[in-house]
Design a protein around this ligand. Structure first.
Ligand SMILES: Nc1ncnc2c1ncn2[C@@H]1O[C@H](COP(=O)(O)OP(=O)(O)OP(=O)(O)O)[C@@H](O)[C@H]1O
Ligand SMILES: [Mg+2]
Length: 326
């Protein structure tokens, strides 16, 4: 008899937004790959009714759980609840452990770890830290502390301020329109890259870095991957952003430092299975870590799968690597 595998994913209501629905495509792709690998995958919904989730999982008695929970009740701040609950049930699961998930998912916390270990990340300020730093001025991007998938990000998220008090009032406004805690981060005007990381037999394999290209953006329009660029297929932003893995010799140095820094992030947070590090590179060629994604999008035709294919790994092989790392 084939081993049953629980594919754990968040409950997605009918009227959910594009970014939330994406996980269902991922679950479908993982399910196909698991069948190719000889398993019997069964989707299991994760929500705040933990008792019911626990009963379902106990009845299923899976060999392991494939954890695709990237939000709970639409909130990224509850992301660590799924691995934490699986720990409690004593079930093994794919991807990152509870601690790494928690530390990387709160961007303010993860940035303080990065900064403390000497990894470049743009300076960040919160409402409380700004009270002690009156000299702050410059160009900032306002982001959510917990949410991912560019939720709440638009051209209006980047602001120039002359004083800390201006920034404080912008952050207060942002807190009302975005879900939960926000912070502001120094804006890095430059190129954008991301690097996928995958467990391998001999430790982590650093996948080929991808650059996001902003094609034909008019001058004055900020080159950022905002919500429209990610999720609105008919928008200018979606249609004018592209991905490349091809670099000339002039970029060799940047590619090398992106890979080294991505590996440092993997080690710093004790990552496992798979992850993705997002970067901006400034005009002098210096990479700045924006964030660590401890459960990046794993759709069978997404960026992670494309980067893996470049090193000869088809999607079932990627899934197998993730399973072997449990
Ligand atoms: N400090 C910054 N300087 C310049 N651009 C930034 C900065 N921070 C974020 N951005 C832009 O906003 C996008 C989303 O930011 P970030 O990766 O931090 O958030 P996210 O919502 O968690 O994204 P993901 O979808 O990768 O989970 C980045 O891809 C980048 O284009
Ligand atoms: Mg990102």
């Amino acid at each position: 008899m084939k081993n049953k595998i629980g594919i754990l994913h968040p409950y997605i209501p009918e009227n959910a937004s594009e970014d939330e629905r994406d996980v269902l495509d991922q679950a479908e792709g993982i399910s196909v790959a698991l069948k190719t690998l000889g398993y019997d995958p069964v989707p299991v919904t994760f929500d705040l009714n933990l008792e019911a989730v626990g009963i379902t999982l106990k009845m299923l008695n899976p060999a392991f759980v494939f954890n695709l929970v990237e939000s709970v009740n639409g909130r990224g701040s509850l992301i660590h609840l799924a691995p934490s609950f699986l720990d409690y049930l004593g079930l093994s699961y794919t991807g990152n452990k509870t601690e790494a998930m928690f530390l990387t998912s709160n961007k303010i916390v993860s940035k303080s770890f990065l900064a403390a270990s000497g990894i470049n990340t743009p300076a960040a300020y919160t409402l409380s830290s700004l009270k002690h730093d009156a000299s702050v001025r410059g160009r900032f991007i306002i982001k959510s502390a917990w949410e991912h998938a560019s939720i709440g990000l638009s051209q209006d998220s980047v602001i120039s301020v002359e004083s800390a008090s201006e920034l404080i009032s912008e952050l207060k406004k942002a807190r009302k329109r975005m879900k939960g805690e926000c912070f502001c981060e120094e804006y890095v005007d430059g190129r954008e890259f991301n690097v996928g990381l995958l467990s391998g037999e001999n430790g982590v394999e650093i996948l080929p870095p991808a650059e996001i290209l902003f094609v034909g953006y008019p001058s004055g329009k900020l080159k950022i991957v905002d919500y429209r660029a990610k999720w609105k297929p008919k928008s200018f932003e979606y249609l004018h952003t592209d991905r490349t893995f091809n670099f000339g010799p002039e970029d060799e140095h940047i590619i090398k430092s992106l890979k080294t820094t991505a590996a440092e992030c993997w080690n710093l947070f004790g990552l496992k299975g798979y992850a993705r590090v997002d970067f901006r590179v400034d005009g002098s060629g210096k990479p700045w870590v924006l964030e660590i994604n401890a459960n990046p999008c794993l759709s069978s035709d997404g960026g992670f799968a494309v980067a893996s294919a470049l090193v000869g790994l088809d999607f079932p092989m990627v899934v197998k690597r993730i399973i072997d790392a449990i």
